[in-house]
Structure formats: structure tokens, C-alpha cells
Ligand binder design. Structure first.
Ligand code: COA
Length: 338
């Protein structure tokens, strides 16, 4: 009952059924997270960066006696990028512990192997059954980040407005809904190339060169994810001294995702991190009236950024771990356990 599945050509009923399963998974594993909506879900599942490929499979229950297709109870997709396959697996809570998850990983791993990739990575949410699952399959933990969530309902807006102005002299802070303006793309890419203090996981590589940056912005738009950017410009040189990126996904527009925040090394110590993040929240308040929360991911060692986030009101929520496995070992293990 596991079959390859193309979200571009899938029926609307299948997309709706997958959404039901995704929301049942969220309700079971991350009950504080907002449920997803159908808007742009098909595009979210289909669109990829140039040069990347995503291959998906579903596990569908048998049809009802009247012929109505059964619900989608499991889903796996693997994103082939660079030298690695990034895996995402979902099993409906009512269908768990029946080895469906293992079968989905087996099918995807075999394809990754056939495609000549050597390694598989996966993001695993702390305190959920996925931890024991991936460890049982031989994955090892590479990296842990903390996800933190900011509740905009509890925000002291006048305090934030004050923070947004507290930036050193010689910097100009600018809000860019949709992405950086074209004349700043190169300076923006240079700042990203300097990336050190990122709010982002390694499975979502940053865009270092202008073309990759444009492609990455296009891909976000096509996936129904609206990027917002706040820049700190160094007036004397016109360089991008700092940037912060937030994405509001059509699939869960009440909770936005903080992507990269970067302050270029030479411009640290002038309050840029705090000021650009504060300005972003102030702008989002009017640009996205539905928005209630923002989530961000930080390396636990990144004390400076954690401190600023705490001042803004972010509260640590969960561990967010990266696991990986050698594909050959995984395929061998799963085939021998069939
Ligand atoms: C992780 C997940 C895919 C597992 O699916 P599953 O069909 O229940 O997994 P399987 O039955 O194939 O389990 C394989 C092995 O993993 C381990 N395992 C799975 N769930 C486990 C649990 N809750 N506790 C302990 N071990 C577990 C066991 O060793 C199991 O083998 P066994 O049943 O022979 O002991 C499923 O729980 C899921 O969809 N979780 C959500 C994942 C996700 O991406 N969430 C993101 C948003 S929260």
C-alpha cells in the first residue's frame, strides 16, 4: 500500500487527506503548534530549488466497500540536495507501531541509494516518538538546536518600539517585504556569505551568491511562503551590516518562522541584532494581522543571540535535532529486518 506519489498531479482529496494526517500528527506530537491549512500545500510539497529534487511516497488505506479511496495514513519524502537526502516521514497516530514508518523509510532509503547518495539526514523533534524511531533505525544525532517561540499577544509594543531605535549611529534600518531590493541583492549575498550567527538549521543551507539567493526567494514565493526582511545598512559604505529574515507560510500564517539573522563581524557591538529583530516584529504586526507567534531555532552555544531573543520575549520550547545515517547501512539494516 506504499506507492510513489506526485503532489503536483495528486487529487485534491489526496492532498486533503494528507493534510488531515499531518494535523493529527501535530495534535499528537506538538499540540501547541497551529494546525496547517490547505492553502498552497500542493505547492509547498512540490516546489524545490533549481538542481534539487523531492521524491514522495504515500501509504494509503484500502478503499471503502463503496469504492471511496482510503485515507492517506503515511507519507515520506526525500529532498535530494548536494550530497545528501533529507528525509521527512509522517505516520498517522492511529496507524503507528505497525512498522509503517519503517517501511516508508525503507522505500525512500532504497531510492536514495539507487540515486547514488551516501547519506540521509533528518530533523527530529525532541520529546516525540520520532527520537526512538530514528535511533532504532541506526540514525545518530549530529546536532541539537533549541526551538523558541515568541507570543506576540504578550508583547510590550512600546518597549519593542524603543529597542528598534537603539542602533548605533551610522546605520540605517530598512524593512523589505518580499525580499531584498534588487540593487541590494549583491550586498545582501555578501553579508550572508559571512554567516556565523545563524538562526537556522544545517539542513536549510543559506544562500551565499546572488543567483542562489534569487532562486531561493523565488522558491519560497512559489511554495506559498512570504519572506520579510529587515536590513541594517552601513551608511558610509552602503554595505549590508545586518539582516534578519522572517517567513510567513500560507500553510500556518498564525505562526511565522524566523530564518537567518546575521550581523557582519565588523558591525557587531552596535545593537544591530536587537534593533532589526524588534523592527521586524513591529512591521509584521501591521503587515500580517493574523500573526500570533514567531518561532526560531538557535544553536545552544549561540549565547549572544539567545540573550537577544530572551529580551524580545522568546521562550525555549523544544530540542530540534539533526540525525544522519549512512545510506548503505540503513538499506542493509532495513532489508535484513523485513
Ligand atoms: C516516527 C514515526 C514515523 C514512527 O512511525 P511508526 O509507524 O510508529 O514506526 P514503526 O512502527 O515502523 O517503528 C519502528 C521502530 O521504531 C521504534 N519506535 C517507534 N515509535 C516508538 C515509540 N513511540 N517509542 C519507542 N520506540 C518507538 C521501535 O523500535 C519500532 O520498532 P518495534 O515496533 O519493532 O519496536 C511516527 O511516530 C511519526 O509520524 N511521528 C511524527 C514524525 C514527524 O515528523 N513529526 C514532525 C511534526 S511533529
Amino acid at each position: 500500500m506504499v506507492r510513489e506519489w506526485d503532489p503536483r498531479t495528486a487529487s485534491s482529496a489526496e492532498i486533503a487527506s494528507l493534510l488531515d494526517t499531518l494535523n493529527a500528527v501535530l495534535a499528537a506530537d506538538l499540540p501547541q503548534d497551529p494546525p496547517w491549512r490547505e492553502s498552497s500545500l500542493r505547492e509547498y510539497l512540490s516546489e524545490v530549488m533549481p538542481g534539487e529534487r523531492r521524491i514522495s511516497w504515500v501509504a494509503q488505506a484500502d478503499p471503502a466497500p463503496d469504492g471511496t479511496p482510503g485515507p492517506i495514513l503515511g507519507h515520506v519524502n526525500v529532498l535530494l540536495l548536494g550530497g545528501i537526502g533529507v528525509l521527512e516521514v509522517l505516520v498517522h497516530p492511529t496507524a503507528r507501531r505497525g512498522r509503517l514508518g519503517r517501511e516508508l523509510v525503507r522505500v525512500a532509503a532504497r531510492r536514495v541509494w539507487d540515486e547514488g547518495f551516501q547519506s540521509i539526514g533528518v530533523e527530529v523533534v525532541g520529546d516525540t516518538p520520532a527520537v526512538a524511531f530514528y535511533e532504532a533505525l541506526g540514525f545518530t544525532r549530529e546536532y541539537v538546536e533549541t526551538r523558541s517561540v515568541l507570543d506576540l499577544g504578550a508583547m510590550e509594543w512600546p518597549v519593542l518600539a524603543e529597542m528598534a531605535t537603539e542602533v548605533g549611529a551610522g546605520y540605517h534600518v530598512e524593512f523589505c517585504p518580499g525580499g531584498p531590493p534588487d540593487d541590494l541583492i549583491e550586498a545582501y549575498a555578501r553579508a550572508k556569505a559571512e554567516v556565523r550567527d545563524v538562526d537556522d538549521g544545517e539542513l536549510r543551507p543559506s544562500s551565499y551568491d546572488p543567483q542562489r539567493l534569487r532562486d531561493s526567494l523565488d522558491t519560497l514565493h512559489r511554495r506559498g511562503m512570504k519572506p520579510y526582511i529587515v536590513l541594517a545598512l552601513h551608511e558610509q559604505t552602503g554595505e549590508v551590516a545586518g539582516l534578519t529574515e522572517v517567513v510567513v507560510p500560507a500553510q500556518h500564517p498564525t505562526r511565522a518562522d524566523q530564518y537567518d539573522t546575521i550581523v557582519v563581524r565588523d558591525h557587531r557591538g552596535y545593537g544591530i541584532d536587537r534593533a532589526i529583530k524588534a523592527r521586524m516584529l513591529l512591521e509584521l504586526r501591521s503587515a500580517e494581522p493574523e500573526l500570533a507567534e514567531v518561532q526560531t531555532w538557535n544553536a545552544q552555544a549561540n549565547e549572544a543571540m539567545l540573550k537577544v531573543n530572551a529580551e524580545l520575549g522568546y521562550r525555549p520550547d523544544r530540542d530540534w535535532c539533526e540525525y544522519s545515517v549512512d545510506v548503505a547501512e540503513l538499506v542493509h539494516r532495513l532489508d535484513s529486518q523485513r
